[in-house]
Design a protein around this ligand. Sequence first.
Ligand SMILES: Cc1cc2nc3c(=O)[nH]c(=O)nc-3n(C[C@H](O)[C@H](O)[C@H](O)COP(=O)(O)OP(=O)(O)OC[C@H]3O[C@@H](n4cnc5c(N)ncnc54)[C@H](O)[C@@H]3O)c2cc1C
Length: 444
Amino acid sequence: MLVHKTLYHHMMNGIPRSSVDAVVIGGGIAGCAAAYELARSGLSTTLVEKGAIGYEQSTRNWGWVHQQVRYPHLIPLGVQSVRIWNHLAEELKSDVGWIQGGNLSLGFDPADFEDFETWHKDAAQQGLETRLLSREKIKELLPELRGEWTSGLYIPSDGQANPDLVTQAYANAAEAMGASIHSECSALKIDVTGGKVSGVLTERGQINAPIVVCAAGAWSSRLLRTIGVHIPQRAVRSTVVRTTPVSPLTKITAWGDGVTFRQDHLGRFILAGGASSIYDLDGDLLRDFKRFLPLAWRNRRWVRMRVGKRLLADLGAMVPGTKARREFWQRRRRIDPPPDHAAVKRSLQRFQEMFPSLEIGVDRSWAGYIDSTPDQAPVLGAIDKIPGLHILTGLSGHGFALGPGAAQLLADLITGNEPSVDPKPFRYQRFAENDLAPVHQYRR
Ligand SMILES: Cc1cc2nc3c(=O)[nH]c(=O)nc-3n(C[C@H](O)[C@H](O)[C@H](O)COP(=O)(O)OP(=O)(O)OC[C@H]3O[C@@H](n4cnc5c(N)ncnc54)[C@H](O)[C@@H]3O)c2cc1C
């Protein structure tokens, strides 16, 4: 993570301007890309980040840029995002580590194959090329792979990028377009005056603005709740492993049984336990537990529940007049959850079973909280009951891939440009209308 180098620079950025066209809350890929798009459209834009740029999900992810993100209605946003990824380095004038090596899902039983067939049809209907692979074809793609794989689904236009570079590249490009970016500057409250958004109160002063974009990742629901906007959101802890380097083997990102991998530009493999994750119980999850039950049930094989510090801290902050409540954001400036060591061991072991000829060990492991909504789709667009308020959050484990397209779509909606993708599946009102996409579509 490149955060330390950039932190100093942004701390020196001083007090935010007191009046701008738009304030973006959150310096992850969503917020930085939104600030870039808004500044590019000519709006004076300020971004505030409670910690350091990209410190939460956006630098902790696997680096996958995949288009077939669980539900058919997310495919168009995935496809649009890849269009952007294809020329992002040029656009941002910065290396983003983009490699279009394809994505492979591996299957070993008839249920996997059925699953792949459904994906294949759904993707074909939307014009996304996917290939159903036999065991022989898988061998051609990955000759060193061992295991009883019988089928695969391959998407040649998927890719990977370097999470350490992308969010910062967006922040730099936003600044080059005239935006101002402030790290170590928590948004304490979104201001609403006369029913409309009027700005943001930050720990470094008030910023007046008729447009506010909430892109606060796992913290969005907490910020929004204080002004009567409720989005069901939960955060699950997911562990990532980086191996010691080996010679270049593949440019493919792949999902096998209980392990995912990609090889980075330095030859290191980035491994994770697929859907395996930990629910650290907190206030958000408790509040909306019922809405997340179908998702938890579907992933019951891989998910474990933990009750601990996170819940205690949330409960403490609920008591009015306490320091824990007053200093809520400052105490959560940098969240660095511990990796799950059992998951590290398991991922490495599964990977070694797949590639026994590779001599690798663990170089580093880390964890991050993935924020998600009950239907695993982002919340993107305006909140009609509070003019000026816009949301770009709940990217549900796909935000690295979808971030560029999602930010562009939001900017189009704000500035009145023709949107490149239908924004309807992402509207906030879907929760009130109970119009959510089913969560049991694909096994992977
Ligand atoms: C382990 C892991 C693996 C993943 N793998 C992939 C993958 O391979 N491909 C993929 O597409 N996606 C992946 N994801 C998901 C992806 O990383 C996220 O969807 C994406 O980064 C979300 O971006 P974001 O900007 O919405 O949130 P974040 O990156 O979390 O950024 C939100 C920012 O808002 C800031 N903030 C919060 N509250 C405030 C406040 N009050 N004031 C100011 N700032 C505030 C936070 O500090 C944070 O920096 C993964 C995520 C994790 C954790």
